[in-house]
Design a protein. Structure first.
Length: 314
């Protein structure tokens, strides 16, 4: 059976900060096209590949990759709280097959996810539990990171595992592109912040409200005319071009230091897109059917959406 891909940036500010000009209308139109693409493909399984922002994964044990056989959303930034409709058997199949392919992969029977997973599910399918899912976490926030080539190889192993299911599978990659939001880092953090990043304790409602307020205030400051965060549209467009052209191995030479310098600390979320396209490529030549890009400083993001599928004449 064929595979298909939708990748989309996420932003915690989409519900609370209004960008200037026609940015919101353009994003809404792009998401409408992505929803139509997904509906036309008619997936019976959606594999959501996304990062976490210290809501579910912590430094007490930070895996580079993890598959959830069950998952619950924390409901941050206005997204829904509650369980995802995880297909446990499909998730376990993915774990077995990816491990057998030589890719180290963690498994969670109690995965906690945040807006990185919930927001694209809501925007494309209307709810976090509307479709059968397999949640795949790729660490894109908590340094240190592994080599980018490992993410591409994860995607290839994931694609082969999904093809063996003989189902209509949509891969949904969430994150990116260039952006550098005000997230804490372990190195140099005050003791109380470091303790929270390490301990694995989920934030209290008050702590989460404070974190969300800081991010919201950063976006509102940009909307009010203050200098915006560091975005790199040239880097973003070059990345979209290499995906469209299937030049995925180009990323094997990328260093983590270079990604951060070029596109910001959170640009590592493009690993989710790379994994999805690497998975798609295992089904044969693919075509990018839609590509949208707009730098939106008020949302602290180079904002992109793509759709792609196996070539119909392949």
């Amino acid at each position: 059976m064929p595979l298909a891909v939708v990748t989309a940036s996420h932003s915690p500010l989409m519900r609370t900060v209004e960008p200037r000009g026609d940015a919101r209308a353009a994003v809404d139109a792009a998401f409408a096209q992505a929803r139509a693409f997904a509906a036309d493909f008619r997936p019976d399984l959606v594999v959501v590949v996304a990062p976490d922002h210290y809501n579910g994964m912590f430094y007490d044990l930070m895996p580079p990759f993890c598959v959830g056989t069950a998952a619950e959303s924390v409901g941050d930034y206005g997204t829904a709280r509650g369980p995802l409709a995880v297909d446990r058997e499909a998730a376990r199949h993915v774990v077995r097959e990816v491990l057998a392919a030589g890719i180290d992969l963690a498994m969670s029977e109690r995965m906690v996810v945040d807006h990185g997973f919930a927001q694209p599910l809501e925007l494309l399918f209307g709810a976090i539990d509307a479709v059968a899912t397999v949640p795949v976490f790729i660490n894109s926030v908590a340094v240190p990171f592994g080599p980018v080539r490992r993410t591409r190889r994860l995607g290839e192993a994931l694609g082969r595992a999904l093809l063996a299911l003989d189902r209509r599978v949509l891969l949904l990659g969430s994150g990116g592109l260039s952006h550098d939001p005000p997230l804490p880092t372990l190195e140099g953090a005050p003791p109380e912040v470091a303790a929270r990043l390490i301990a694995g304790r989920h934030p209290t409602p008050e702590e989460r409200a404070g974190r969300e307020a800081r991010v919201r205030d950063a976006g509102l400051a940009v909307a009010a005319g203050e200098p915006g965060p560091r975005l790199n549209p040239d880097w973003d467009r070059a990345f979209l071009d290499l995906l469209a052209e299937g030049r995925l191995t180009t990323t094997d030479t990328w260093t983590n230091t270079w990604i951060t310098a070029e596109a910001g600390n959170s640009a590592h979320e493009v690993r989710t897109w790379l994994a999805c396209y690497a998975a798609l490529a295992t089904a044969g030549p693919y075509a990018m059917r839609g590509s949208f890009y707009r730098p939106i400083p008020e949302w602290i993001a180079g904002f992109g959406i793509t759709t792609a599928e196996t070539r119909r004449n392949a």
